[in-house]
Design a protein around this ligand. Structure first.
Ligand code: SAM
Length: 356
């Protein structure tokens, strides 16, 4: 496969402006976040028809006028707000920053999980280690420490993870849980969200969640609270230990937003272990977001940025993959894609794989 993406046909002036946007991006990001978190965007939205002066914003929110002034001026360059006769109004971009859940989830993830650690990105690139993770703890990967991260960081991590998969689950359940499916292995099942959805969708299906012990503690609580302890079990395992086989006998092996947490070498081993646990009748379903499969530029942009979260914070070696990377790994592990489903949820692709 040869990679083709992008072009270089903007004017020199535009190129220079875009370079300045990058040069000041972290400062302007924090400005946008302050405008959101201090309630400035909210109060402008409430009075958007007539607009608000900086003085009235300062007075209503009990914030120093100086601070409101510099933030609003940054907001003008960010095109979050516009001003007309001294009165500030929210732009469409400003509306998205304030009201669009996708934008909020991405922004909180960037700030709470990534911002501080990203000072170490260059080191991560050189060492293939998640050098930024040390700001939270001394773990090899973020997954080992997930249940011990500060509560606000966990909240933003889970909100980010769940936001994307939550949209996809309802669409794929009828595909994954065909009538003869009785036993599902949910590999990297995290807090049990998918397992619980399966149990709700089909009353004769049993699910076993393979994940690290810390994540399973959370899953057990959720499973119990939903009354499914008789049908959903946990299987504590470090999946990076490739000497440990997967449990046999599953009709479906399910991997959602999971393989992106691993290097290509580890994915190969995980796929081979899946294959060893599969019969000819069983299926492996892989649901991922591939950057080349996106309908919108905004999605590809978000996925390229998310890749670097894996580099700097998560493990130093994985990413949001190109679909060809995954298809090669599937092929080389002795599996094949029987059916492919694009445009699932917000941005997912689902591969149904069988043993060759
Ligand atoms: C990004 S989350 C995906 C969660 C869920 N499948 C979904 O679609 O929302 C990846 C999951 O893989 C698990 N995981 C990552 N590395 C692991 C490892 N070495 N052993 C076991 N589980 C691991 C994490 O704990 C986490 O629950």
């Amino acid at each position: 496969m040869s990679l083709n993406y992008g072009s270089d046909n903007k004017s020199a002036l535009q190129a220079k402006f875009d370079a300045q946007k990058i040069a000041f991006a972290p400062i302007m990001f924090q400005a946008a976040k302050s405008l959101r978190d201090l309630g400035i965007l909210e109060i402008i939205k409430k009075h958007n028809k007539d607009g608000l002066t900086k003085e009235s914003i300062s007075k209503d929110l009990d914030l120093p006028l100086y601070g409101v002034k510099v933030l609003l001026e940054a907001g003008l360059s960010l095109e979050i707000v516009m001003v007309d006769n001294d009165k500030f109004h929210l732009t469409k971009t400003g509306w998205h920053l304030l009201c669009d859940e996708l934008t909020r989830v991405n922004m909180d993830f960037t700030n709470d999980v990534n911002y501080l650690g990203f000072f170490n990105l260059t080191d991560s690139i050189k060492t293939a280690r998640p050098s930024g993770l040390k700001i939270f703890g001394d773990w090899e990967t973020i997954y080992e420490g997930l249940s011990e991260l500060p509560i606000d960081v966990q909240k933003s991590w889970f909100a980010f993870d769940h936001f994307y998969s939550d949209y996809a689950f309802p669409e794929i359940l009828p595909i994954v849980l065909e009538s003869d499916v009785k036993f599902v292995l949910d590999v990297g099942g995290n807090t049990g969200k998918f397992a619980i959805k399966c149990a709700e969708h089909k009353e004769d299906v049993k699910i076993s969640i393979l994940d690290l012990p810390g994540q399973l503690e959370k899953a057990y609580l959720n499973i119990q609270n939903n009354g499914f302890s008789d049908r959903i079990s946990g299987y504590p395992i470090n999946l990076l230990d490739h000497s440990k086989p997967f449990p046999n006998g599953a009709d479906v092996i399910w991997m959602s937003q999971f393989l992106d947490c691993f290097s290509q070498a580890d994915i190969m081993e995980l796929l081979k272990r899946s294959k060893e646990a599969m019969s000819d009748a069983s299926s492996l379903f892989i649901m991922e977001t591939y950057w080349d499969k996106q309908k919108f530029e905004a999605s590809t942009y978000s996925l390229h940025a998310t890749s670097l979260y894996f580099t700097s914070m998560a493990n130093g070696c994985s990413q949001m993959y190109h679909s060809e990377d995954m298809l090669n790994l599937i092929d080389n592990s002795g599996l094949y894609v029987e059916k492919s489903y694009d445009n699932i949820g917000i941005s997912h692709t689902l591969y149904k794989c069988k043993k060759k």
